[in-house]
Design a binder for this molecule. Structure first.
Ligand code: HXC
Length: 269
């Protein structure tokens, strides 16, 4: 956890900032002194996040935005500049997901997830990057992925393909925008204890327990412990880190149950 005031004078835009990890990121950026713009489709949760920040003495703007729509994304960056005069950080956190067999996924279902996750991250990166290039002084772009970007994700083919695309996009931007002092990185949280992920991926208590049992650390991540590292990667302490992915998953993606019985452990809880 960074010290309060570390990001004083900086401005962070967080997509999907109305709930879950996005809200945790927004609150942590604000605690560190940054002005925060939260974006998402539904105004009410955004207003709630902004209210929490302002209630704690911070500065925030709620800007309803569908990240799939280029004009709305451009308007998001324009609103951030109008309120705070600049954009230093973008967090591509907005996502959509549901579990479905690949053979049952409709073209529209594929499009819905890929366009939120991949198109949205590109459009936001493009708009924020243009602003960062124009204002000078560098910047940081952080995108939230999942480890099925590299393992594949049975049941979530749309999200897995889109998150893999974000990794390639991030590495591309890391090189293209390095001359502008703009860094691009990813964080890869494991299953995190948020309502949105729960509804989409572990709807019942039993499902939740089963998912937690697949994490070597034995539990889901708290939104706060993901937010500490998300903000750190966007801070000056990470000025020499770009094109990288930081996995924060309690060992989840490394878990292999094949030989666990030989260690006296029961596979998968
Ligand atoms: C099959 C489904 C479906 C489901 C939607 N669709 N839900 N198909 N199973 N459960 C299909 C619809 O039938 C439709 O196709 C198409 O998807 C678009 O649906 P809409 O509801 O019209 O789309 P939209 O309103 O844009 O909603 C997008 C969404 C929605 C992705 C479907 O769930 C959403 O916006 N979710 C945001 C919140 C969210 O999902 N958060 C979870 C992120 S957690 P047809 O053909 O019928 O028209 C996460 C963490 C992963 O990503 C990491 C874990 C380790």
């Amino acid at each position: 956890m960074l010290a309060e005031g570390t990001l004083e004078g900086k401005v962070a835009v967080v997509t999907g900032g109305g709930s879950g990890l996005g809200r945790a990121f927004a609150l942590e950026f604000a605690r560190l002194g940054a002005g925060v713009v939260v974006a998402g489709r539904r105004p009410e949760p955004l207003e709630e996040t902004a209210g929490l920040i302002e209630g704690a003495g911070g500065q925030a703007l709620a800007q309803p935005t569908d990240v799939r729509v280029p004009e709305q994304v451009d308007a998001l960056v324009a609103a951030a500049v109008e309120k705070f005069s600049r954009v230093d950080v973008l967090v591509n956190n907005a996502a959509g997901n549901f579990v479905v067999k690949a053979e049952d996924l409709s073209p529209n279902g594929w499009r819905a997830v890929v366009s939120i996750v991949l198109d949205g991250s590109f459009l936001c990166s493009r708009a924020a990057g243009r602003q960062m290039i124009e204002q000078g002084g560098g910047g940081a772009i952080l995108s939230v992925i999942a480890s099925y970007a590299w393992t594949g994700g049975p049941g979530t083919i749309h999200s897995a393909a889109a998150k893999a695309g974000i990794v390639a996009m991030t590495r591309t931007l890391a090189v293209e925008w390095a001359p502008h002092g703009i860094r691009a990185n990813c964080i890869c949280p494991g299953p995190a204890d948020t309502e949105g992920a729960g509804q989409a991926l572990w709807p019942t208590d039993e499902d939740r327990k089963r998912v937690a049992a697949t994490v070597p650390a034995g539990r889901l991540a708290t939104p706060e412990e993901v937010a500490w590292w998300a903000t750190a990667l966007c801070s000056p302490y990470a000025d020499y880190i770009t094109g990288e992915t930081l996995t924060i998953d309690g060992g989840h993606w490394l878990e292999q149950e094949s030989y666990l019985p030989a260690l006296g452990k029961t596979p998968r809880g």
